[in-house]
Design a protein around this ligand. Structure first.
Ligand SMILES: O=C(O)CCC(=O)C(=O)O
Ligand SMILES: [Fe+2]
Length: 338
């Protein structure tokens, strides 16, 4: 699948409508001028996210599946300098940067100690403790309805720090609340984003208690945000056409991505670090930083955290409605109604 929407000439309107029975009503309602208008404003992005079936452009032949074992280089790319946030560009005047910006530029992460006031955390923790703390409460998009989540994840101290690293206000769109490690192995978050995000993205790990080494802490490789980044269209060349269309393709693709990523990490020989924050400390990481949730050495040991993911406000507002906290910090609402 291409990383750009196809042109109007190549757009296969009949197949698009056949694949997406909601389109005629959406066009009739006046929300879109025609099916192509819908495709450009929503459909292409949703195809990338596997939320709509892929509509092949006219004259399109599926790429044959590659069967050799690819290296990381073959599955990844470096983003063009003019498409990345200012701190990721190769030539900038570093004398103008704050120490935090310089650290982020060099390392792809930033730890801010004591960033969140105790009372803001405690109001969230009290709410969370009404449910088993290892469970998914609040759910990944419950920041939309629960003010305590927004007060924490869009706290002014954090939002200002993020804005200074990306050069845009960062909109909250996803939280992970369980007090257990995800145990997800090495990856870069940007890989599963739509192709135009290109590191206008970051995530934050907020310690809501003192993090013990045996609870499966967050591990990351400083400087790995300068490595190439896995790209889904490159990875998909190693899947069959049926696998490419499967919404669960990222998991299926791990048979290709995991060996390539693990081998590359070994070759780089860059030491990793783990984040053992104290209550109120946070770690902000770059969308291309290699990281993982380690396996808890004491199974079931609680890991008091909330993890929040953000996209630069300007990068998504065609797709999402944006709301703002009283302090003026953005968060995405559900996808615009079609
Ligand atoms: O469990 C963890 O600490 C890793 C979380 C993670 O990879 C993510 O939120 O992107
Ligand atoms: Fe991640």
């Amino acid at each position: 699948m291409s990383s750009q929407p196809v042109s109007r000439e190549k757009f296969d309107e009949a197949t698009y409508i056949l694949n997406n029975p909601d389109i005629p009503a959406a066009v009739a309602s006046g929300a879109f001028t025609d099916a192509y208008d819908h495709y450009v404003k929503h459909g292409f992005e949703e195809e990338c996210l596997a939320k709509r079936p892929f509509t092949p452009p006219l004259g399109w032949e599926p790429e044959p599946q590659l069967t050799h074992t690819p290296d990381f280089e073959e599955l990844s790319e470096r983003f063009p300098d003019d498409e990345v946030p200012f701190l990721d560009k190769s030539e900038i005047d570093e004398s103008q940067l704050t120490p935090e910006q310089k650290f982020w530029r060099d390392n792809g992460y930033l730890i801010v100690e004591n960033a969140i006031p105790e009372d803001v955390m405690d109001r969230y923790i009290a709410l969370k403790q009404q449910h088993p703390v290892e469970h998914v409460f609040p759910g990944t998009t419950d920041y939309m309805r629960i003010k305590e989540v927004r007060d924490l994840c869009l706290h002014e101290n954090l939002s200002k720090a993020m804005e200074s690293l990306i050069g845009s206000r960062m909109a909250l769109h996803f939280v992970l609340s369980p007090w257990l490690s995800t145990e997800r192995n090495w990856h870069q978050d940007d890989y599963l984003n739509p192709p135009f995000i290109k590191s206008w993205y970051l995530a934050v790990w907020i310690a809501l208690g003192d993090i013990e080494p045996d609870c499966g802490p967050f591990e990351y490789i400083p400087g790995s945000h300068k490595w190439p980044v896995l790209r889904n269209e490159k990875v998909k060349r190693f899947l069959s056409e049926e696998e490419r269309q499967n919404p669960g393709w990222p998991k299926i693709a791990e048979r290709v991505t995991d060996p390539a990523v693990f081998k590359y990490i070994e070759q780089q020989d860059q030491p990793s670090e783990t984040f053992l924050g104290k209550k109120g400390d946070l770690l902000i990481w770059h969308g291309s930083l290699m990281h993982r949730g380690t396996v808890a050495q004491t199974p079931g040991k609680l890991r008091p955290t909330i993890i929040a993911h953000y996209t630069a406000e300007a990068k998504k507002d065609i797709i999402y409605e944006t709301a703002y906290t009283e302090g003026g910090w953005p968060y995405f609402l559900h996808k615009k109604e079609l």
